[in-house]
Structures are given as structure tokens and as C-alpha cells.
Ligand binder design. Structure first.
Ligand code: AMP
Ligand code: MN
Ligand code: MN
Ligand code: MN
Length: 304
């Protein structure tokens, strides 16, 4: 079963609209895809409607990626199988979006002071009803020639301590786990190696996440070395968490693709172990077999 439990649409900082992301997942032969936009679930009803309309052989997992505060770090917690209609959860996500808006206003003020005007207007025009992220600022800064690449622009303006960086007051990590549980979902510690934590802090993070009732850890992400995978897998087992896999797909690139190289080792429990997933592609196979067996046999079909 091909499964990817971390992806973004243009409802946050992904570049693809919902239908294009889903069509891409299907062309990548995925059986299961979670859409996990930043602090919003607004893509999910559209995704469900598209899948019903097209009768596509893809199972959608309702997801979200919540930005949280843990010590001075911004830690991302993915929620899987959340109920996207839960009013309490929607209100809680709205509070995060309000924080995003206020941060964006402050980021724009700081950039303006650094002789870079017009950021907020440009970003808001691009975002529409979606989540405002630093990626939107990054695209504006590249478009207006402040740096050559998104990566360079993050380093120069948007990383911690740089001109456009505004520390945020995200929900704390333990509360985010509770939000996800209250919405019926499972909480997953996203991309644990993306926070530049030293070994001691990484262990503390996983310990605190597990103590808060966290369920799973993303132990497989793109661009990891075998040693990194093994270390995360060890931490996952030590804390009796289940394991998740995710590409964190934002846009087509040469180095990342939906569902690519996301294989779990055999001796960890996948976060989806109790979800009752049956690949729709497999459930559709009997029909295909019936058509085949109705076809006249040739010598090619002779069993060996
Ligand atoms: P925010 O949640 O608004 O702070 O934005 C964080 C998002 O910015 C992440 O989800 C990434 O998609 C993106 N991001 C962070 N750092 C980088 C980087 N160095 N290069 C490219 N994208 C980045
Ligand atoms: Mn992102
Ligand atoms: Mn993230
Ligand atoms: Mn993500």
C-alpha cells in the first residue's frame, strides 16, 4: 500500500490547488493521502467532493499541521483523522489563523523599515482565504528580487533572528495534542529533524510529546540518511509511539514527490495500523480480473 500522510495545498503554502494535488497523488499511484495544511482544514471538504465526483481510487485522510510553541522552538504537530467539522476544533484553528495574521502584519512592518514595502498587500492578495505563512513572504521577496531562491530568502530575511522574523505565540505543544484528540484524531510529531535540535533536545522533545499523549512520530521523510532514519526509529520504539511517513509535499520539485521512498521498517507499528485501510485499487481488482478471465486465453496465459 502506497501511503503519504503529510502534504500541502494552496489553502496554506502548497502551490497546487486541491484537485491538482489529488490528481498528482493518483498519478503517483498513492492509495492513501493525508492533506495537512498549516492550521487549516479548509481544503478537506473540497478534496472529499472531488474524490466522490471522480470516483478516484484514493483514500483521503483528513489532516492538519499545527504550529506549536515548545521552549523557544516552533514544533509542528500533524493531526490525522481529525473531524474537520468539529466546531470547537475550527474555533481553535481560527485562533491560530488570527496569530498568523498578526504576525504577518508585524513581519510586513519590519520589512518596510528595512526598505521593503508592500509585502502585506502582496501576500494577502496571494493567500485569499488560506493560511498566511512565511512561504508567502518568501515568494514575494524572491519575486521582487531580494534573493535568488526561496532557500536563500529564508536564510537572509525569514529565519529566526533575521529582519522579517517575528517570534510567534503559537499554541503550546501539549495543548495542540489535546486539540487533535478532542477532534477525534491522532497526533504526530512532524519531521523531527527539521528543528535543528541537538540530540539532547530532540530526546526531550520526544519525551515531552509522548508525555503529552502524542501518538506517533514521522520517522520517514524525504532526504534522510539511513542513520537518521535508524535514530528516529529507535526513539519511536523507545517511547512506544507509532510511526508515520510523509513527504511534506508543497510543490513539484526535482527532489521531492508524493509518496516517494516512504517505506517503514517492519518492526514498528504504523500509525494507520487500526484504521482499517483497504487500498481501493486492490478492492477494484476483482472487476479487472473478471474482465481478464472473460478474455480468450492464449498460450501467453498458460500457467508455468
Ligand atoms: P510558517 O508556518 O508561516 O512559519 O512557515 C513555515 C513554512 O515555511 C514551512 O512549513 C516550510 O514550508 C517553509 N520553510 C521554512 N523554512 C524554509 C526554508 N529554509 N526553505 C524553504 N521553505 C521553508
Ligand atoms: Mn509549509
Ligand atoms: Mn512542517
Ligand atoms: Mn508540512
Amino acid at each position: 500500500m502506497k501511503i503519504d500522510l503529510h502534504s500541502h495545498t494552496n489553502h496554506s503554502d502548497g502551490l497546487l490547488p486541491v484537485a491538482e494535488l489529488l490528481a498528482r497523488a493518483i498519478s503517483c499511484n498513492l492509495d492513501v493521502l493525508a492533506i495537512t495544511d498549516h492550521d487549516t482544514v479548509s481544503a478537506l471538504p473540497q478534496a472529499a467532493a472531488w474524490l466522490t465526483e471522480t470516483q478516484a481510487s484514493l483514500t483521503l485522510i483528513n489532516g492538519v499541521e499545527i504550529s506549536t510553541a515548545w521552549h523557544e522552538f516552533e514544533i509542528h504537530i500533524v493531526g490525522l483523522n481529525i473531524n474537520p467539522d468539529c466546531p470547537q476544533f475550527l474555533a481553535r484553528l481560527a485562533s491560530q489563523q488570527q496569530r498568523r495574521l498578526e504576525r504577518a502584519q508585524e513581519m510586513a512592518r519590519r520589512l518596510e523599515k528595512a526598505q521593503i514595502p508592500g509585502a502585506l498587500e502582496a501576500v494577502l492578495a496571494e493567500v485569499g482565504d488560506g493560511a498566511i505563512t512565511r512561504s508567502h513572504f518568501a515568494r514575494f521577496l524572491v519575486k521582487t528580487g531580494r534573493a535568488d531562491s526561496i532557500n536563500a530568502v529564508f536564510k537572509k530575511y525569514l529565519a529566526r533572528g533575521k529582519t522579517g522574523y517575528v517570534p510567534n505565540n503559537w499554541v503550546d505543544l501539549a495543548s495542540a495534542v489535546q486539540w487533535i484528540h478532542d477532534a477525534g484524531g491522532q497526533a504526530v510529531l512532524a519531521h523531527p529533524l527539521k528543528y535543528n535540535l541537538n540530540g539532547r533536545y530532540l530526546k526531550r522533545l520526544v519525551t515531552d510529546f509522548a508525555a503529552a499523549g502524542g501518538d506517533a512520530m514521522e520517522i520517514i521523510s524525504p532526504q534522510q540518511t539511513p542513520v537518521q532514519r535508524r535514530d528516529l526509529w529507535t526513539l519511536c520504539l523507545q517511547h512506544q509511539l507509532t510511526a508515520s511517513v510523509g513527504s511534506d509535499f508543497h510543490q513539484p520539485t526535482t527532489w521531492n514527490e508524493l509518496g516517494k521512498h516512504l517505506y517503514l521498517p517492519d518492526d514498528v507499528t504504523p500509525v494507520w495500523a487500526n484504521w482499517g485501510l483497504v487500498p481501493k485499487r486492490l478492492t477494484q481488482e476483482p472487476e479487472a480480473t473478471a474482465v481478464l478471465s472473460a478474455a480468450p486465453t492464449t498460450s501467453m496465459d498458460t500457467p508455468r
